[in-house]
Design a protein around this ligand. Structure first.
Ligand code: GTP
Ligand code: SPV
Ligand code: MN
Length: 599
């Protein structure tokens, strides 16, 4: 054994004191006593440690090396075929009072939740190594960042957490200084769907996850901490933890704005965050930079504006559909140092997925079987890539700014085949909160269950809000006060379909035309017409030069279907009622005002 590997070799139990923080050592010892691993490793995040883990996973088949020439230092992971997405029906929020979790969450009492999970964790790491991962969500020196420690028996989780968050010594140092951290305990268990739960204890800043190795279930810094636990903290501390991308947009005059946008899972955040302007715009000098593609933490700054950070350090992006024409920045990002999960491979071992739009063909599908189009797609529809944000050509240096970036506009959006126009603007903050609360979207492969079913997904947080939605909307409304300079709120729909069942809007790069209109509204330069649902542009209010739109597209993308909106608002009213008296009156009043204007 050389000096380097010795440094990171597993330490035999009971050497559990890897930290100067007694509370952390005590928790690690307690978890080790319960799970009984053969060894404990405190992850330092070093290259050597990563190399050792990769070698380990290569040896046991967890990772398959990809073509070293085309995709250096990149790997394929084939997950258990029953473990390919988030499991919302097995995800719980355990608060002392059931009402605090709300109708939007599955609930269990904290005592029952711990009992259930501890029974699963009992002895589950026998024969395995337990990894202790100190991590920081957000720039290490940002006051907006928050830390956690994930304990896991999965080296795949360690390798992904290393890309997705800031792990190791600097995070541990901050945790020891602050004396506080979110506790996340994870085991892949037996990967048995019948022994799988993702359990949150927001009042204890604790997460327990068992039986899944998939991203959102297992990389606890991401949805479990940065959304479910953080949303609970944010409510009590006066900030917002949201399922939003953050992008920078610079016009030819060099004026820069930042936009945060909430779209449900697999509904376009990564794509919008990495947008490449259409050619005419590029020539004119428009620029887009990427701050984040999935999660946004924001709070009012000294000047009253909302300042946002991306708590993540990498992208866990949807692979299918990613191509040189749809998202060249993503494609460039994943040429090296990338972990691909559940994609197909070509005969010469290059990753392949539906919609990659190259001249290659898959040889093996995501389950490692010879590709047969009649049997299953080459890539699982929720196949993902994990890559450091630093590899993205459009990654903004401002993403590392500890102060965050000032937000000029918040955008909500869903996948709506009918009714919802391309874009509209909310009249004011309360109306905007209603627009977010009323968001609907068709379900996608990011979660197990039926795909393409319309459901309410308020602010794209249905699977991620760690407390009662009624209280969450109240919290959102509370930002409407004198000391806060609120951004404008918009709603978009890239997914409107025509009578032929095809998308009417070209989307992707052309979405910049919609962003330009929004910025124009923020700067008081762009036109719109007031309707009961908000301010709508007509097709002449957007720059559509070079875009081919049918008459039908122009009519419905910029149109307002009064009868359709009447029934939508009836449905929204019914939805708000489901939350009973806890639902803020201001939101119910807003719904009623608009409903009345429609009749
Ligand atoms: P999560 O990582 O699951 O939170 O999803 P995301 O919101 O980042 O989704 P992503 O950007 O990866 O989009 C996933 C799907 O939406 C892919 O199938 C894309 O091709 C499709 N998509 C993204 N942008 C557009 C668009 O502007 N128009 C159309 N028609 N499809 C889009
Ligand atoms: C999502 O489902 O919204 C994702 C992927 O971003 S996961 O991290 O699995 O939640
Ligand atoms: Mn997401």
């Amino acid at each position: 054994m050389n000096a380097i590997t010795q440094d990171v070799a597993p330490t035999p139990i009971p050497n559990l004191n890897g930290s100067s923080l007694p509370a952390l050592n005590a928790w690690v010892a307690e978890v080790a006593a319960l799970t009984r691993p053969d060894a404990v490793v405190w992850c330092d995040g070093s290259d050597e440690e990563n190399a050792r883990l990769i070698a380990l996973m290569q040896a046991d088949g967890t990772l398959v090396p990809l073509n070293e020439k085309t995709h250096p230092n990149s790997w394929l992971h084939r997950s258990h075929p029953d473990d390919v997405a988030r499991v919302e029906h097995l995800t719980f929020v355990c608060t002392s009072e059931k009402e605090d979790a709300g109708p939007n969450n599955h609930w269990m009492s904290p005592a029952d939740g711990h009992d259930k999970m501890d029974a699963l964790f009992d002895g589950c790491m026998e024969g395995r190594t337990m990894y202790v991962i100190p991590y920081c969500m957000g720039p290490i020196d940002s006051p907006l960042s928050r830390c956690g420690v994930e304990i896991t028996d999965s080296p795949y989780v360690v390798a992904n957490m290393r890309i997705m968050t800031r792990i190791g010594a600097p995070a541990l140092e901050r945790i020891e200084r602050e004396g506080r951290f979110v506790k996340g305990l994870h085991s892949i268990g037996e990967l048995d769907p019948n022994r799988r739960f993702i359990m949150h204890f927001p009042e204890e800043l604790t997460i327990k996850s068992y039986g899944s190795g998939y991203g959102g279930n297992a990389l606890l810094g991401k949805k479990c901490h940065a959304l479910r636990i953080a949303s609970h903290q944010a409510r009590h501390e006066g900030w917002l933890a949201e399922h939003m991308l953050i992008l920078g947009i610079e016009n030819p005059q060099g004026e820069k704005h930042y936009i945060a946008a909430a779209f449900p899972s697999a509904c376009g955040k990564t794509n919008l965050a990495m947008l490449i302007p259409p050619e005419g715009y590029r020539k004119d000098g428009w620029k887009i930079s990427t701050v984040g593609d999935d999660i946004c933490w924001m709070r009012p700054g000294k000047d009253g504006r909302l300042y946002a950070i991306n708590p993540e350090a990498g992208f866990f992006g949807v692979a299918p559909g990613t191509s040189e024409s749809s998202n060249p920045n993503a494609l460039k990002s994943i040429q090296s140092n990338t972990i691909f999960t559940n994609v197909g491979v070509t005969a010469d071992n290059q990753p392949w997925w539906e919609g990659i739009d190259n001249d290659q063909e898959p040889a093996l599908d995501w389950r490692g079987e010879p590709y047969d189009a009649a049997k299953r797609p080459a890539a699982h529809p929720n196949a993902r890539f994990t890559v450091s944000a630093k590899q993205c050509p459009s990654y903004s240096p401002e993403a590392e700014n500890p102060e965050g970036v000032p937000i000029s506009a918040i955008v909500f959006g869903g996948r709506r085949a009918s009714l919802v126009p391309l874009v509209f603007e909310a009249r004011d903050w309360t109306h905007g909160v209603l627009v977010g609360a009323a968001m609907g979207s068709e379900t996608t492969a990011a979660a197990t269950g039926q795909v393409g079913v319309m459901r309410r997904d308020p602010m794209a947080m249905k699977p991620f809000c760690g407390y009662n939605f009624a209280d969450y909307f109240t919290h959102w409304l509370s930002f409407d006060r004198d000391d806060v300079k609120l951004p404008k709120i918009f709603h978009v729909n890239w997914f409107r379909k025509g009578s032929d069942g095809k998308f009417l809007w070209p989307g992707f790069g052309d979405n910049l035309r919609v962003l330009e209109w929004m910025i124009g509204r923020v700067d008081g330069k762009a036109n719109a017409t007031e309707t009961p649902i908000g301010y709508l542009p007509s097709d002449s209010d957007l720059n559509l030069e070079g875009v081919e739109l049918s008459d039908e597209a122009r009519r419905v993308l910029f149109g307002f279907d009064k009868d359709g909106w009447k029934s939508e608002f009836d449905s929204i009213g019914g939805y708000l009622e489901e939350y009973g008296p806890r639902m803020p009156q201001a939101l119910k009043d807003e719904q009623r005002r608009i409903a009345q204007a429609l009749y």
